[in-house]
Design a binder for this molecule. Sequence first.
Ligand SMILES: Cc1cc2nc3c(=O)[nH]c(=O)nc-3n(C[C@H](O)[C@H](O)[C@H](O)COP(=O)(O)OP(=O)(O)OC[C@H]3O[C@@H](n4cnc5c(N)ncnc54)[C@H](O)[C@@H]3O)c2cc1C
Length: 397
Amino acid sequence: MDFTIPEKTQIIVEMMDEFIKKELYPLEKDLGSNDYDALERELDKKRKIVKQMELWAPNHPKEFGGMGLTLMEHALVSEVLGQSSLGHYVFGCQAPDAGNIEILHLHGTHAQKEQYLRPLVDGKIRSCFSMTEVDMPGSNPVMLETTAVKEGDEYVINGHKWYSSSADGAEFAIVMAVTNPENSTYLQASMILVPTDTKGFNLVRNIPVMGHTGGGYFSHGEIIYQNCRVPTENILGGEGQGFVMAQDRLGPGRIHHCMRWIGICNRAFDLMCRRALERTIAPGKKLASKQIVQAWIAECAADIHAARLMVLHAAWMIDNVGASAARKEISMIKYVVANTLQKVLDTAIQVHGGLGMSSDTVLSYFWCHERGARIYDGADEAHKISVAKRILRNYMD
Ligand SMILES: Cc1cc2nc3c(=O)[nH]c(=O)nc-3n(C[C@H](O)[C@H](O)[C@H](O)COP(=O)(O)OP(=O)(O)OC[C@H]3O[C@@H](n4cnc5c(N)ncnc54)[C@H](O)[C@@H]3O)c2cc1C
C-alpha cells in the first residue's frame, strides 16, 4: 500500500497551508464580531489573491472555473483548509455551495448551469440547501411537510424550514419539497431552485447557535415558504428524484466534511501542544511535564491518525469500488471523526484552562460551531444503526 502524496498535490497543499497561516489566522478574531459584512469584505480581498494564485475552487469542475481535483486530492486539500474556519470559504469550496454545485453539475439543465452554477463556482453568488424542517425529524428526512404543488406552469411551495445554512445573503435555495405524495416513500420529494427574492420566500431569522447568531455566510436561517411560486422549469433532475440525488452527493461530500474536521483536530492539537510547553504550572515545571497531559497528547495523536486513515481509506473505496459499495465505510467515518473532533477540542480546551473558554483562541469558536458535527450530515445514531444492520446482515441466514 502506497501512502506517498504525489508531488503536485503536496505543492498545492503546502501553498494553501502557508496562505492560511499568514493571511487567515489573523482574521479569525473577527469571527465572533457582529460585523459580518466587514468580515466578508476582507475575505473577498483574500479570495482575489487565491484566484490569482490559481488555487480557486479546488474540487469544482474545470469547465466552470475550478481546479478539477480528484476526490483523494481534494480530501488532502480539505484537511489543510479545515485548519481555519475561513479556509474553505476563501478558497471557494465551502458548504453548502460545494454540495449544491455538485447537484447542479450532475443534474442541472444547460440553462440552470448558466444561470446558477457558473456564478456560484465563480464565487459571485452564494446559495443554501433547505431540507430540514422545524416540526419534522431531520434524522428521518423522508418525513417532510413542505409541499410543492403544480399549478399551471408553476410550483407553489409551502413549508417551514430551518438550519438552511448561509441563507442570509444567498441568491437562491435548493428546496426539498414533496411533489409526488402518491409515489413510494423515497420517490415523493423533489429538489427545486428557488431564488431568494421570490415573493413568499421569508427568511424569518438567523438562528442563534450556542450564543452566536452570526450573519451572511456565517449563519443558519429559518425560512417560511408561503405560497412561494417558481416556474416548473426550476426543478432539478426530475420530479420525485430528490432523495436519489441527495444520495448521489453523500459519499464525496462526507469525505470532504470529515477531512475538514481532521484539519480542525490538527489545529487544536497544535495549539494544545504549544500551550503545554509554554505554560508554567509550578516553579521550573511546564504543563507538558505532567504525565496526564502527555497521555492526552499521545491519545489525541493516535485518535487523529486513526480517524484520518479511516477517511482516506473510505475515499480509496469510493474511487475503487464506488460509493454504493462503500456505504458502511462512509457511515463509519461520520461518527468516528465527529467524536474524535469533539474529544480533541475538549482536551485542547482543558489544557488551556480559562484561556480555552475565552474567545482569545479559536478553540471556543470551534467548540460552539463544530459540536453540530455529531448531529448534521446524519446524526451519529442513525449512521451507527445503519452500520450495525449491514454487519448483522452477514450473520443472518
Ligand atoms: C450546524 C448545523 C448546520 C446545518 N445545516 C443544514 C443545512 O444547510 N440544510 C439543512 O437542510 N439542514 C441543515 N442542518 C440540519 C441537520 O441536517 C439536522 O439537524 C439533522 O439532520 C438532525 O435532524 P433534527 O435536528 O431534526 O434532529 P432529530 O431528527 O429530531 O433527532 C434528534 C436526535 O435524536 C437522535 N436520533 C435520531 N434518529 C435516531 C434513531 N434512529 N435512533 C436513535 N436515536 C436517534 C439523535 O441523537 C439526534 O441528534 C444543520 C444542522 C446543524 C446543527
